[in-house]
Write a new protein. Sequence first.
Length: 113
Amino acid sequence: MPNALRITKGEASMGAVQVGTGDVVYGFDFGTTSINPASIAATTRGATTFTLTGAKVGDVLVCNPPSGLNDDLLYVGCAITAADTATVYLYNPTASAIDDAAGTGTYLWIDSQ
């Protein structure tokens, strides 16, 4: 692979990366966060937020919900919704409200701006 940049965990630092003519990536972060959604009413989408310092609206965010998420709640996505703020969306398709306990999820944030 000529002209390839090889990065070994913990051994590289760079200002930005661009693959071909794709978007430029300025950084990324992988981590865990505690989420504790408020009670979500029947057949309603709920949201809970966590702080992600440096994140900006338009950045890419990939989340995995807590492994102990209530079986009746559906994870429906996540997004950077304001500066330094990530929002996780859950949906309750049942006929009763669900107030789930706090849990730890994971995220991958890609700084693309």
